[in-house]
Write a protein that binds this ligand. Structure first.
Ligand code: FES
Length: 63
């Protein structure tokens, strides 16, 4: 499922990068390219939520 239409990012893209960035919000934003001028920012809340969950390991526990 796509979370970010501007960058074409899926849930698995965000999970992978969030784990690599250890949920550092600035590093995650930069790594996903969400600080580019062409991003609308509408996905930020959902991406933050999924990234926090991925970094805490809750997705591994659920899956
Ligand atoms: S939908 Fe993600 S920046 Fe626009």
């Amino acid at each position: 499922m796509y979370l970010c239409l501007c960058k074409g990012l899926t849930e698995s893209d965000v999970q992978r990068v969030a784990q690599a960035c250890q949920a550092n919000p600035k590093a995650l934003t930069t790594a996903l390219g969400l600080d580019d001028d062409d991003c609308c920012g509408r996905c930020a809340g959902n991406i933050d939520q999924l990234a926090a969950c991925a970094a805490s390991g809750c997705l591994r526990a659920a899956g």
